[in-house]
Design a protein around this ligand. Sequence first.
Ligand SMILES: Nc1ncnc2c1ncn2[C@@H]1O[C@H](COP(=O)(O)OP(=O)(O)O)[C@@H](O)[C@H]1O
Ligand SMILES: [Mg+2]
Length: 272
Amino acid sequence: MSSVEASAPLAPPPPAGAVLRAEHITKEFGGLVAVADVSFDVPRHAIVSLIGPNGAGKTTLFNMLTGLYRPTQGRILLGDRDITRSRPDVITGYGIARTFQNIRLFGAMTAVENVMIGHHARMRAGVFGSIFRPPWVRREERETHARARELLTYVGLPETVFDRIASQLSYGDQRRVELARALASEPSMLLLDEPTAGMNPSESQVLTEFIRRLRDERKLTILLIEHDMKVVMGVSERVTVLDHGRKIAEGEPAEVRTDPLVIEAYLGRRER
Ligand SMILES: Nc1ncnc2c1ncn2[C@@H]1O[C@H](COP(=O)(O)OP(=O)(O)O)[C@@H](O)[C@H]1O
Ligand SMILES: [Mg+2]
């Protein structure tokens, strides 16, 4: 019997308003425990940050929440729904979208085309529709195209880049395209993996403001992996800290910042 089933009766029901909940999740790669017995909740419409030194297990946790990896143990709930074993496309359909630490765009496609692919999860036309292209399919395509352009504008890109090949865009612009693509799947929850990586302080500041706007205007719940402490402290209501796969602290940004374990995890690494 799996430990998932064994631990289920012990877990209390999700607190009212928690959209996403991880219960005792562990991920092992061979002998390496990348995430060890981590539990946490993401309340609806909150901005929650996940921080920790390199290799702490943050991306692995995201990969489990989005169905790319199956937890070795534990379970993941979206509302009342157990998504521990759901496929990534199914989880996207449930309303969780993400961006990647290493940008994953289709390099040979244009910015608009990349965003249109993100909308695919919400389109009605299947294989039949794309081959025979009845009028409603063509209308759906036109609408998807128009929506993609709107989203690119929303994330702050000028029209001049819409039809350019993604791989030719600047790093910052590619990050924006990726964000637009995530939004195109019409998510209720957005997982951002180090969105300010490679940005200068003023670009980070602009993005931080934008993350807050996204939450407010689009009624999103946001889970953010971020290494820039200034961004984390400015934007999040709650912070969860991982180190060596374990959760070492959790709470409001001000509490976490002064937590001796957190300071040690960060300062300890910096000296090496
Ligand atoms: N697919 C994988 N196979 C083997 N080890 C992995 C894999 N993904 C991550 N790891 C390991 O798990 C640990 C946590 O990695 P990661 O989640 O990427 O950390 P973070 O995002 O916090 O920097 C690291 O030691 C990393 O090398
Ligand atoms: Mg990572």
